[in-house]
Design a protein around this ligand. Structure first.
Ligand code: TLP
Length: 348
């Protein structure tokens, strides 16, 4: 099967599994709640350095990283400005509200980017009628806008407005390295002006589990307590951290291949008359089926019969996420299958 549902489906590499076994044999695993897992400590130091932050903390998932970051830097009843199609707003089971007592204030972005003037308008006046606007979240790359890149000058401009108004800036960098590689910049440059950042090792970077949050030592001190409250304090967590170190050191550069494959898929799909295809900036390609006589669930079912997996439950849009398990030949085959399925369905 050709797996295009998400880059979260990537399997670990042999080197990652080796790294777990070696960590165990070298006696480097320990109780991480006591701070004694050497592999976790190594990962946290390396991730903090890669992100240009004072400290980092291993968390179980991207969602936990975002929730830990939000809850550690706000008070109950605070308002958080989020892009309308962001993961923190749509896909975290309402955690910021249910667990943090936070009030999400969704605003429209442009290709996922919250314009500084949009943020400025969204900040509530310091008046007892309003919740205190405490934070803004930047998602980079922005998943639902199509893996779009928020450039460093854009992040900086947004952060400037946020900081001028006393807001904290959090970056949901689940796919931050995709943006960094595409721009040819170190990831640290993309988060220079943000207060906290969450990155995932379990997406295109292919680790089986794990994310980190990074920021100041003070933030990480608070994040440790929040992670504990969420049940995220883990014991011999080096078995999670070891593959994450391989992901950080060995898997970043190859994301370029996923980006090339995304462009190849785009160029083939753009040839299909009537099909609306978003031009990819990284590893995500979205199409819209509006002009064809087929629903998204039917489309996903037809593709599955031919060995191609996509999610079919997001309205008339279909997302293809290029990843290490998908080769150039798989992309060419997928484009042919899509062309045939759409031609059989016919135009609306
Ligand atoms: N996204 C998943 C789904 O939940 C949509 C995917 O397949 O893309 N931030 C962003 C921008 C994400 O895309 C995701 C995962 C997360 C955070 C959450 O990461 P996990 O799944 O590790 O909790």
């Amino acid at each position: 099967m050709i797996e295009l549902r998400s880059d979260t489906f990537t399997q670990p590499t042999d080197e990652m599994i080796q790294a777990i076994v070696e960590a165990y044999h070298q006696g480097r695993l320990g109780d991480d709640v006591a701070g004694e897992d050497e592999v976790v400590n190594e990962l946290q130091e390396k991730a903090a350095r890669a992100l240009g932050k004072e400290a980092a903390l291993l968390v179980t998932s991207g969602t936990q990283g975002n929730v830990v970051s939000l809850l550690s830097q706000t008070r109950r009843g605070d308002e958080v400005v989020v892009e309308r199609r962001s993961h923190t707003f749509l896909f975290e089971a309402g955690a910021m509200a249910s667990l943090g007592g936070l009030f999400p204030k969704p605003v429209d972005g442009v290709r996922g980017y919250i314009l500084p003037e949009t943020l400025e308008r969204a900040i509530s006046p310091d008046n007892p009628h309003y919740a205190r606007t405490a934070m803004v979240v930047v998602e980079n790359t922005h998943n639902y806008a199509g893996g779009t890149i928020i450039r460093p000058d854009q992040v900086d401009a947004l952060a400037r407005v946020a900081h001028d108004h006393g807001l904290i800036v959090h970056c949901d960098g689940a796919r931050l390295f995709n943006a960094a590689v595409a721009l040819g910049l170190p990831a640290s440059r993309l988060v220079r002006e943000v207060d906290s950042v969450q990155i995932c090792f379990s997406k295109g970077l292919s680790a089986p589990v794990g994310s980190v949050v990074a920021g100041t030592r003070e933030f990480i001190h608070e994040a440790l307590r929040t992670r504990k409250k969420l049940g995220g304090g883990m014991r011999q967590a080096g078995i999670i951290a070891a593959p994450c170190i391989v992901a950080l050191e060995k898997m970043v550069d190859r994301l370029k291949e996923d980006h090339e494959n995304a462009r190849l898929l785009y160029s083939r799909l753009a040839e299909i008359e009537g099909l609306l295809v978003d031009e990819p900036e990284t590893n995500i390609v979205f199409i819209q089926l509006d002009n064809f006589n087929i629903t998204a669930p039917e489309f996903a079912a037809r593709l599955r019969e031919r060995g191609v997996l996509v999610y079919g439950e997001y309205g008339s849009r279909i997302r293809f996420v290029l990843n290490r398990m998908v080769s150039r030949d798989d992309v060419l085959y997928t484009a042919d299958v899509i062309s045939e399925v759409l031609s059989a369905a016919g135009r609306r």
